[in-house]
Design a protein around this ligand. Structure first.
Ligand SMILES: C[S@@+](CC[C@H](N)C(=O)[O-])C[C@H]1O[C@@H](n2cnc3c(N)ncnc32)[C@H](O)[C@@H]1O
Length: 239
């Protein structure tokens, strides 16, 4: 998602609308002004709340522990807990600037833990979760790391647990990529130089191969997509 109005060398659109920014680290998320610019507009992305509400519908009603990957200022966790304050949340992010904003948001709330961690590295021991959620974060990781992270998410979930990744995904064509930026009112030059966008289908295939059930894209609008997989219940898992 757009974080700052700049595009760096090496951030070149490829055929199919995928964006290859492999040489650009996601360092803008550690810069106060870039974070502030994103957070100012975070509520304003068209159709965002539609995708979020579909995500919330699929978090099981009895979910108690929920992990939010790339939590930023804790927006998604906070929205989920608005109607379900009994949920215990863990938010992971590598940006101190974002984590500071999340600490302010959750000040005094003992049911939310914030953990500084770079998702390009294997997840630390965080315990078991009933749901792992994420919003516009995992697309900053290299594709191979996305895939291995999905495997780690599977291991962290309890039987029947859900993984719901509300994600910025690659368009099928460059024209559609441009159409997405036009639709969100953002000049293409403002494209986030650290985006490593990947198509929906590849990610769904990975989730199926890992062992998730009921894998599908549950909601999509242009480059915003909700990818969901459910860990099989205990009796379906190999002994
Ligand atoms: C577009 S913001 C989304 C924040 C929040 N999830 C939301 O929906 O508003 C992307 C987030 O991913 C985090 N992020 C990017 N790369 C990361 C990494 N390698 N490890 C941990 N967090 C990362 C950024 O710090 C930032 O908070």
């Amino acid at each position: 998602m757009p974080a700052e109005g700049r595009r760096e060398p090496g951030a070149s659109p490829r055929e199919g609308g995928a964006v290859d920014n492999a040489s650009v680290p996601p360092s803008e998320w550690t810069i106060q002004e870039c974070v502030a610019r994103y957070l100012e507009r975070a509520d304003g992305f068209p159709r965002r709340s539609e995708g979020e509400s579909v995500l919330f519908e699929h978090v099981p009603k009895d979910a108690r522990r929920v992990l939010d990957l790339g939590t930023g200022d804790g927006r998604l966790l906070a929205l989920l807990r608005r109607d379900r304050p009994e949920i215990v949340g863990v938010g992971v992010d590598f940006s101190e600037v974002m984590l500071d904003a999340a600490r302010k948001r959750f000040a005094g709330d003992e049911r939310v833990d914030l953990v500084r961690h770079d998702l390009s590295e294997p997840l630390p021991a965080l315990g078991r979760f009933d749901a792992v959620i994420s919003s516009f974060a995992i697309h900053h990781l290299e594709h191979e790391r996305k895939r291995s992270l999905y495997g780690e998410v599977f291991d962290l979930l309890g039987p029947g647990g859900i993984f719901a990744n509300f994600e910025h995904v690659a368009s099928a064509t460059h024209r559609l990529h441009l159409a997405f930026f036009a639709a969100i009112g953002e000049p293409i030059e403002n494209e986030d130089p650290s985006d490593r966008l990947l198509d929906v289908q590849t990610q769904l295939e990975w989730l199926r191969a890992i062992g998730f059930d009921h894998v599908d894209c549950y909601w999509k609008w242009l480059e915003m997509a909700l990818l969901v997989g459910v860990k099989p219940p205990q009796d379906a898992l190999p002994a």
